[in-house]
Design a binder for this molecule. Structure first.
Ligand code: ZN
Ligand code: ZN
Length: 436
């Protein structure tokens, strides 16, 4: 039997699809472990490598943990860097008149102040994990159909870091409103306006879950969007994208949207590279989903010292490795270097080097693994396949062609290629130019 729900509530349900309403009642964390499940930091050469969990929710939006409990959960799991990004949301308007509350941090007048000061307090108290305060934003939604509403853009989510002023968050150029009249697909424009605003205020923006489509039908209205994957190539100041865990079939594959953006950078169309990382998007562990953790997707940060400024520096400069799956949980990249003679720096993630001769690419993990497939990718194409995690490859072809190039490595472990269960590791690229 069909339930009869007032139209206003229906639209509200439609617009808040995927989010719980308002600040929820927290679920206390049951366990406080003395020894973490995994190693939070590794030391390798000059680097401190910190295991990070980014894009996570608390009970300030639709997560179930208080920020304090989430930090304790990070200690339990062996997470050294914890980014908290609750939904920004707030009022969502229909025809600029009816503006129901769609939940999230901005639902109350003091929302952003309260949220940011709670995260600042937590960051002051917590040496480990290092807390990165952030927020998740849906910049723009529109209605593509009448009279039965079809909401688009509801699945285009971006996580923002490095902005702590609640006023800057409150004034973000985002449109959480639709009209009952049909609107056109706006293209990349509102997303670039939003990203430029964040970047101009010193922040960073990462595209979240690039494969998510979030279809739902509420009778009088429907929310259904295409996966926003390809959008990233048109967002020239986007800092990064999350191929792990939800972009493994799109953003992360050789020749996918991440490679497209890196090619744009090589050609000069884009002034900075697009970086990749792994996100957790943790909300809650439930009896239905007991396996959800802060390490659904993991980012390893390569730091000179273990502090927040260094983490931001790693985010801005691509000194990150993205991974998921049990086999990679105690693994880090101990070598990824390129030179035409031996190089002193063993980890050159995100760097740009000039060479004269054929590049020698060296790659290694802290423990040698035999994997389903090891791929060396140059300019979006796989140029070497193997199974041993530690390898050396001389790319005489690239030197002969003399084309600007970037190299990245993808490791695939055994097991099903599913969003929830895959075993994958992605490095960020190293760029090569030639001096002749
Ligand atoms: Zn999201
Ligand atoms: Zn989220």
């Amino acid at each position: 039997m069909k339930k009869i729900i007032p139209a206003g509530l229906l639209v509200l349900a439609l617009l808040s699809a995927g989010y719980a309403l308002g600040k929820g009642k927290p679920t206390p964390l049951a366990e406080k472990r003395d020894t973490p499940v995994h190693t939070p930091t590794f030391k390798s050469g000059e680097w401190v490598i910190a295991r990070g969990s980014v894009h996570n929710h608390t009970n300030f939006s639709d997560g179930c943990r208080t920020p304090e409990d989430l930090a304790q959960q990070a200690r339990n799991e062996g997470i050294a860097v914890l980014a908290i990004t609750d939904h920004r949301q707030g009022g969502v308007c229909i025809n600029d008149k009816f503006c129901p509350d769609a939940g999230g941090v901005g639902s109350k007048g003091s929302g952003y102040d309260e949220y940011m000061s709670a995260l600042a307090n937590l960051a002051d108290q917590s040496q480990s994990p290092i807390i990165l305060p952030g927020i998740e934003v849906v910049p723009y939604i529109w209605n593509e159909r009448s009279p039965k509403i079809l909401v688009r853009g509801d699945n285009r989510h971006f996580t923002v870091y490095g902005i702590t002023d609640p006023k800057v968050i409150a004034q973000m150029p985002v449109t959480r409103g639709i009209t009952t009249k049909v609107q056109l697909d706006p293209g990349p424009e509102p997303y670039n306006t939003f990203i430029n605003y964040v970047r101009d205020h010193g922040g960073m923006v990462f595209q979240a879950h690039p494969n998510w489509i979030n279809p739902s039908d509420y009778g009088v209205g429907e929310a259904h969007s295409e996966a926003p994957t390809m959008l990233a190539a048109e967002l020239l100041r986007l800092t990064g994208i999350a191929p792990i865990p939800e972009g493994i079939f799109s953003a992360g594959v050789p020749g996918g949207v991440w490679d497209l953006a890196l090619m744009e950078y090589l050609s000069g169309y884009r002034s900075e590279p697009l970086w990749a990382w792994g996100e957790a998007d943790f909300h809650c562990t439930s009896s239905k989903n007991p396996n959800l953790t802060l390490r659904t997707g993991t980012t390893l940060f390569y730091l000179k010292d273990l502090n927040r400024d260094q983490v931001y520096d790693a985010m801005r400069n691509g000194r990150m490795v993205a991974l998921m799956g049990e086999v990679f949980q105690e693994v880090y990249v101990s070598e990824f270097s390129i030179g035409d003679k031996p190089v002193p720096n063993k980890v050159m993630l995100g760097e740009r080097v000039k060479l004269t001769g054929a590049p020698v690419i060296r790659f290694g993990l802290n423990q040698e693994l035999t994997l389903k497939e090891v791929r060396l990718i140059r300019n979006g194409k796989v140029i070497y396949r193997g199974q041993g995690s530690n390898f050396e490859y001389v790319d005489a072809d690239a030197a002969r062609l003399g084309i600007p190039a970037y190299y990245r490595v993808q490791l695939i472990g055994e097991g099903p290629m599913e969003m929830a269960n895959a075993s994958l590791l992605y490095t960020n690229p190293i760029f090569v130019d030639w001096t002749r």
